[in-house]
Structure formats: C-alpha cells, structure tokens
Design a protein around this ligand. Structure first.
Ligand SMILES: Cc1cc2nc3c(=O)[nH]c(=O)nc-3n(C[C@H](O)[C@H](O)[C@H](O)COP(=O)(O)OP(=O)(O)OC[C@H]3O[C@@H](n4cnc5c(N)ncnc54)[C@H](O)[C@@H]3O)c2cc1C
Length: 334
C-alpha cells in the first residue's frame, strides 16, 4: 500500500474536439474531478496534447484545474494511437497520478484502454457516477451499468494505479471556476517517428469533419436497421427537414452504408439531449441506449413487442417503422 501512496493528483485528458475546441465532455469531467481532488486534498491536472496547444489552456483553466501539462506539436493535430499513448505514458511514469479520467469518445476510449494496459491497471468504461470510499483510504468507486442497464455495479481498483475511468458526455456538469495559483507546464515533444509501425504515405485520410450538431438538437429522429433499406432511411432525412429536426442513428445503418459515421448516437458516437427522440426500427442495444437517456421524451417504433428499447421509451409504438414514417411524411407534406 505504501507504494500506492506515492501516486497522487487527479488527471483529466482534456481532449480537443475537431482541433477547434476543448471537448465539452472533458470540461464536464473537470467539474466532477474538481470535487474529487478537493476531497482528497490533491491537485486537479489537465493533460493537453494538440497542435498550438497554448490556445486551449485558458478554457481549461476556467474549469477548475490547478495545473495544465501540455505538449504542442503539429503531429498532435489528430489523435494518433501510438504517439498519444507513448507521450502520456511517459507523463504517468514521471508524475504518478492517482486518478486519470477520460471522455468516452473515440479517442478517449482508445487511449484509456492502451494506457491502462501499459500501466497494468484497471479501467472502468462509461461510468455513471464517481465517489470516494472514505473507509478504504479514499478509493475511487465507479458506478457502472450492467446487464442492459438493469443493475448498477460499484467497481474499485484497490491494487494498482492510476484508477482509470471513461465518462460519457452529459454524465457530469461543467463548473466554471478559476483557481488562483495556476500552473502551466510545457513538455517537449520527443516522440521518435521510428517507433511508428505505420507509415503515412499521403495526406491523412481522416477528414476534418464538422462536429455533428446532434448534441444541440431539440428534436432528433433516429433510424436503425429495422428501416430495412436505404430508400426508407433517406425518408427520415426528408422528415427531419420538414420538421426542423436532426437525423441520427445506430451503428447498423452506418455498416449498411445508409448513414454517415458522424451521425452515430451512443457509446462510440454522440450523446443527445433533445426534447424529443423519435426512433424508427432500433432494437435498443445498450451501446445505443447510453447515448439517448438524457432525452426528455423518447418515442420508439418497433415491430417486436419485446424490443429492449421499449424499456427505455416513454411511448412505445408496436408497428411497422417504414409504414409509420410514410404516414408522418404524408401528414407533414400535406
Ligand atoms: C464496441 C461496440 C460499440 C458500439 N457502439 C455503438 C454506438 O455507439 N451506437 C450504436 O447505436 N450501436 C453501437 N454498437 C452496435 C450495437 O451493439 C448494436 O448492434 C446496434 O445498436 C444495433 O442497431 P439497430 O438497433 O439499428 O439494429 P438491430 O439490432 O438489427 O435491430 C433492428 C430492430 O429493428 C426492428 N425491426 C425490424 N424490422 C422492422 C420493421 N419493419 N418495423 C419496425 N421495427 C423493425 C427489429 O425488431 C429490431 O429490434 C456498438 C457495438 C460494439 C460492439
């Protein structure tokens, strides 16, 4: 245990979204992490890797950190597995954080898993809440849904450090707070390109895609595999246009080639906060459900009365999704 006591401070991976802004989810995590750091009497540290990283530090500092450790380099414009993992692993070895929290995003999930493996420590993904267990040396307790969300399990990491979790957007609230003695530490970029196992021989294929506006939309129409064809799926875009809504969906229509990737809702996509979520032909896999539970009202249309989505929906329509969609289109088109 004495060795574990050499680990201190709470770290948050302050991810940069679309290389234009600090990810909202990271700012939300800082709100909760501040509470935890205060209870532990330790420091809250933002870990920032980006191109022109300095520009993002003021935002991070307005959300409660004591310190920002940052690395700025053109190779850090986009998330790259090997580079980010190596650089941050070096920081962990040097500073030994007790807790390290990540946004549950494509990059955050991949990075957290790789770092947890390198540190030979545990990782809890998509937690619902965090608290400290006073009786046991202030261990971090993570609440996590299991069995399609039917039960909540409490998970601790008593033997290894850091204690690591990923957090879904909307789980915590931002807290605007500027500490007095702010510290910034610039770490030199020292990644040796020889370590890269992949060679980039042209322009990066990842597109500078615009952020989906899904998380801001008040009305979201979700489509799933139950819409049965691209032709049917295209109709939800028309409906959305008619009623000023946004289209999102499950992973299946992306695999089917009916919908672009950035419209995915769920654990590896966007979390939505609309007044109304209207879902067509979606089964309700937990990976999708975690992204829709912050909707004020959920209406689900599925032909299977036992579809899991009906456990989460406020209104359940057991019927043919393409038929209901066609009816709504007729109604709105007049
Ligand atoms: C690591 C990982 C991450 C993932 N991340 C995500 C994520 O972020 N988001 C996500 O959505 N998924 C994600 N998935 C995939 C997820 O597990 C499910 O496979 C996916 O959500 C299912 O999509 P679906 O409901 O459209 O399709 P299906 O599961 O195939 O369900 C189709 C539904 O349509 C109904 N249906 C069929 N015909 C009709 C009809 N005519 N009318 C009405 N209803 C009909 C069926 O009854 C069924 O319930 C992830 C999976 C993994 C392993």
């Amino acid at each position: 245990m004495s060795k574990l006591n050499t680990y201190k401070d709470v770290w948050v991976f302050t991810e940069i979204k679309d290389h234009v802004q600090v990810h909202d989810c990271a700012l939300e995590i800082l709100g909760k992490a501040r509470e935890i750091a205060d209870k532990l009497g330790q420091r809250l540290v933002g870990i920032l890797l980006a191109l022109d990283a300095e520009q993002y530090i003021p935002t991070i500092e307005e959300h409660g950190v004591d310190k920002t450790i940052y690395i700025s380099h053109s190779d850090l414009k986009h998330y790259q597995e090997r580079i980010f993992t190596d650089l941050i692993f070096d920081l962990i070895k040097k500073y030994k954080p007790s807790i390290f929290l990540f946004p549950s995003t494509e990059a955050g999930n991949a990075l957290a898993a790789r770092l947890a493996y390198r540190c030979r420590t545990g990782l809890v993904s998509d937690i619902l809440n965090l608290e400290l267990k006073k009786e046991e040396n202030n261990l971090l307790i993570s609440d996590k849904p299991a069995y399609l969300g039917d039960i909540i399990v409490k998970i601790i990491c008593p033997e290894t450090r850091p204690q690591m979790c990923t957090v879904t957007m909307g789980t915590f609230q931002k807290n605007r707070l500027k500490k007095l003695d702010l510290e910034r530490e610039k770490v030199q970029y020292n990644f040796d390109p020889i370590k890269l196992r992949i060679k980039i021989i042209g322009n990066p294929t990842r597109k500078d895609k615009p952020s989906a506006t899904l998380s801001d939309a008040k009305f979201v129409i979700g489509g799933g595999h139950g819409l049965m064809s691209k032709e049917n799926f295209d109709k939800i875009f028309i409906l959305a246009k008619n009623i000023n809504g946004q289209v999102g969906g499950t992973r299946r229509p992306i695999m089917d080639g009916w919908m672009p990737e950035h419209l995915q809702i769920g654990i590896s996509g966007e979390t939505i906060f609309p007044d109304l979520y209207l879902s067509f032909g979606i089964s309700g896999a937990i990976q999708h459900i975690v992204g829709i539970t912050k909707s004020k009202t959920i209406v689900a249309i599925n032909k299977d009365p036992n579809a899991p989505i009906f456990k989460t929906a406020d209104y359940c329509i057991i019927d043919d999704a393409p038929k209901i969609l066609e009816g709504l289109l007729k109604y709105y088109r007049g």
